[in-house]
Design a protein around this ligand. Structure first.
Ligand code: SME
Length: 174
Protein backbone atom coordinates (compact mmCIF):
# COMPACT_ATOMS: atom_id res chain seq x y z
CA UNK A 1 0.00 0.00 0.00
CA UNK A 2 2.52 2.55 -1.19
CA UNK A 3 -0.15 5.33 -1.24
CA UNK A 4 0.05 5.56 2.56
CA UNK A 5 3.75 6.49 2.31
CA UNK A 6 3.15 9.68 0.37
CA UNK A 7 5.84 12.27 1.11
CA UNK A 8 5.35 15.67 -0.53
CA UNK A 9 7.81 17.70 1.53
CA UNK A 10 10.19 18.35 -1.37
CA UNK A 11 7.44 19.48 -3.77
CA UNK A 12 5.99 22.94 -4.50
CA UNK A 13 2.80 23.34 -2.44
CA UNK A 14 0.41 23.34 -5.41
CA UNK A 15 1.79 20.05 -6.61
CA UNK A 16 1.94 18.67 -3.07
CA UNK A 17 -1.74 19.36 -2.39
CA UNK A 18 -2.74 17.88 -5.73
CA UNK A 19 -1.00 14.63 -4.80
CA UNK A 20 -2.46 14.69 -1.30
CA UNK A 21 -5.95 15.17 -2.71
CA UNK A 22 -5.50 12.26 -5.07
CA UNK A 23 -4.19 10.09 -2.23
CA UNK A 24 -7.13 10.93 0.04
CA UNK A 25 -9.63 10.34 -2.75
CA UNK A 26 -8.08 6.97 -3.50
CA UNK A 27 -8.03 5.90 0.16
CA UNK A 28 -11.54 7.12 1.00
CA UNK A 29 -13.36 6.63 -2.29
CA UNK A 30 -15.95 4.21 -0.89
CA UNK A 31 -15.83 5.35 2.74
CA UNK A 32 -18.66 7.32 4.32
CA UNK A 33 -17.60 7.14 7.97
CA UNK A 34 -16.67 10.55 9.35
CA UNK A 35 -14.26 9.29 12.03
CA UNK A 36 -12.49 7.03 9.55
CA UNK A 37 -12.21 9.95 7.15
CA UNK A 38 -10.83 12.29 9.84
CA UNK A 39 -8.25 9.72 10.91
CA UNK A 40 -7.15 9.05 7.33
CA UNK A 41 -6.98 12.74 6.37
CA UNK A 42 -4.91 13.44 9.51
CA UNK A 43 -2.43 10.68 8.71
CA UNK A 44 -2.03 11.59 5.04
CA UNK A 45 -1.48 15.31 5.75
CA UNK A 46 0.73 14.77 8.78
CA UNK A 47 3.16 12.35 7.22
CA UNK A 48 2.91 13.82 3.73
CA UNK A 49 3.96 17.30 4.82
CA UNK A 50 5.86 16.44 8.01
CA UNK A 51 3.70 18.68 10.19
CA UNK A 52 4.11 18.87 13.98
CA UNK A 53 0.45 18.21 14.82
CA UNK A 54 -2.44 17.48 12.49
CA UNK A 55 -5.99 16.72 13.48
CA UNK A 56 -9.59 17.60 14.16
CA UNK A 57 -11.49 19.28 16.95
CA UNK A 58 -15.16 18.31 16.74
CA UNK A 59 -18.07 20.60 17.56
CA UNK A 60 -19.79 19.15 20.63
CA UNK A 61 -22.29 21.97 21.16
CA UNK A 62 -22.51 25.73 20.71
CA UNK A 63 -19.71 26.39 23.18
CA UNK A 64 -17.32 23.44 23.03
CA UNK A 65 -14.82 21.69 20.75
CA UNK A 66 -13.49 18.26 21.68
CA UNK A 67 -10.45 16.61 20.11
CA UNK A 68 -11.05 14.04 17.38
CA UNK A 69 -8.69 11.89 15.29
CA UNK A 70 -5.19 13.35 15.10
CA UNK A 71 -1.49 12.69 14.59
CA UNK A 72 1.14 14.15 16.90
CA UNK A 73 1.73 14.55 20.60
CA UNK A 74 -1.21 14.54 23.01
CA UNK A 75 -3.60 17.36 22.15
CA UNK A 76 -5.76 19.41 24.52
CA UNK A 77 -8.94 17.41 25.03
CA UNK A 78 -11.37 20.32 24.96
CA UNK A 79 -11.29 23.91 23.69
CA UNK A 80 -14.02 26.48 24.29
CA UNK A 81 -15.44 27.97 21.10
CA UNK A 82 -14.02 31.48 20.95
CA UNK A 83 -10.76 30.51 22.69
CA UNK A 84 -7.37 29.90 21.08
CA UNK A 85 -6.85 29.57 17.35
CA UNK A 86 -9.22 26.62 17.01
CA UNK A 87 -11.98 28.28 18.99
CA UNK A 88 -11.57 31.50 17.00
CA UNK A 89 -11.84 29.69 13.66
CA UNK A 90 -14.96 27.87 14.92
CA UNK A 91 -16.59 31.00 16.35
CA UNK A 92 -15.90 33.11 13.26
CA UNK A 93 -16.45 30.31 10.73
CA UNK A 94 -13.25 31.22 8.90
CA UNK A 95 -9.80 29.86 8.26
CA UNK A 96 -7.25 31.38 10.63
CA UNK A 97 -3.54 31.47 9.71
CA UNK A 98 -1.16 32.31 12.55
CA UNK A 99 2.36 33.02 11.19
CA UNK A 100 3.86 33.14 14.70
CA UNK A 101 1.89 31.74 17.62
CA UNK A 102 3.86 33.96 20.01
CA UNK A 103 1.90 36.90 18.58
CA UNK A 104 -1.58 35.37 18.75
CA UNK A 105 -3.21 36.41 22.03
CA UNK A 106 -4.80 33.39 23.68
CA UNK A 107 -2.95 30.79 21.65
CA UNK A 108 -3.26 27.42 23.40
CA UNK A 109 0.08 25.60 23.41
CA UNK A 110 -0.60 21.87 23.44
CA UNK A 111 2.94 21.26 22.14
CA UNK A 112 5.57 23.82 23.16
CA UNK A 113 7.41 23.29 19.87
CA UNK A 114 4.53 24.79 17.83
CA UNK A 115 5.57 27.99 16.05
CA UNK A 116 2.86 28.55 13.44
CA UNK A 117 -0.61 27.22 12.83
CA UNK A 118 -3.56 27.07 10.44
CA UNK A 119 -7.11 26.14 11.42
CA UNK A 120 -9.81 25.43 8.83
CA UNK A 121 -13.56 25.08 9.50
CA UNK A 122 -15.13 21.77 8.49
CA UNK A 123 -18.76 21.72 7.31
CA UNK A 124 -21.12 18.84 6.66
CA UNK A 125 -23.32 18.46 3.62
CA UNK A 126 -25.97 20.72 5.19
CA UNK A 127 -23.46 23.52 5.76
CA UNK A 128 -23.33 22.95 9.52
CA UNK A 129 -19.98 23.44 11.24
CA UNK A 130 -18.98 19.98 12.51
CA UNK A 131 -15.28 20.41 13.30
CA UNK A 132 -12.11 22.36 12.63
CA UNK A 133 -8.95 20.97 11.08
CA UNK A 134 -5.91 22.16 13.06
CA UNK A 135 -2.40 21.93 11.63
CA UNK A 136 0.71 23.03 13.55
CA UNK A 137 4.29 23.49 12.38
CA UNK A 138 7.53 23.77 14.32
CA UNK A 139 8.58 26.58 11.94
CA UNK A 140 7.33 30.16 11.93
CA UNK A 141 5.48 31.25 8.81
CA UNK A 142 4.90 27.73 7.57
CA UNK A 143 1.40 28.39 6.18
CA UNK A 144 0.17 30.66 3.40
CA UNK A 145 -2.73 31.03 0.96
CA UNK A 146 -1.77 27.84 -0.85
CA UNK A 147 -2.21 25.93 2.41
CA UNK A 148 -5.53 27.64 3.00
CA UNK A 149 -6.75 26.65 -0.47
CA UNK A 150 -5.32 23.15 -0.22
CA UNK A 151 -6.72 22.40 3.23
CA UNK A 152 -10.09 24.03 2.55
CA UNK A 153 -10.36 21.78 -0.49
CA UNK A 154 -9.42 18.71 1.60
CA UNK A 155 -12.20 19.31 4.13
CA UNK A 156 -14.85 19.58 1.41
CA UNK A 157 -14.67 15.79 1.66
CA UNK A 158 -16.86 16.07 4.74
CA UNK A 159 -19.55 17.97 2.82
CA UNK A 160 -20.01 15.25 0.21
CA UNK A 161 -23.69 14.30 -0.27
CA UNK A 162 -23.07 10.66 0.78
CA UNK A 163 -22.59 11.89 4.35
CA UNK A 164 -26.23 12.98 4.49
CA UNK A 165 -27.34 9.52 3.38
CA UNK A 166 -25.34 7.92 6.20
CA UNK A 167 -26.84 10.31 8.77
CA UNK A 168 -30.37 9.52 7.63
CA UNK A 169 -29.68 5.79 7.81
CA UNK A 170 -28.29 6.15 11.32
CA UNK A 171 -31.41 8.01 12.42
CA UNK A 172 -33.82 5.60 10.76
CA UNK A 173 -32.17 2.60 12.46
CA UNK A 174 -32.86 4.01 15.94
N1 SME B 1 -3.03 25.71 19.34
C1 SME B 1 -4.45 25.39 19.34
C2 SME B 1 -4.77 24.31 20.35
C3 SME B 1 -4.76 22.94 19.79
S1 SME B 1 -3.21 22.26 19.72
O1 SME B 1 -2.38 23.10 18.89
C4 SME B 1 -3.28 20.73 19.14
C5 SME B 1 -5.27 26.63 19.64
O2 SME B 1 -4.72 27.66 20.03
O3 SME B 1 -6.47 26.56 19.47
Amino acid sequence: MSESLLDVRALPKDEAYALVHANIAQLLHDNTDVVTSMATVSAVLHHGFGFLWTGFYRVVNETLLRVGPYQGTVGCLEIAIGRGVCGTAAAERRTVIVPDVAHFPGHIACDARARSEIVVPVYDTHGALVAVLDVDSDRVNAFDERDREGLEAVVTWFARPERAVVSQQAVSQK
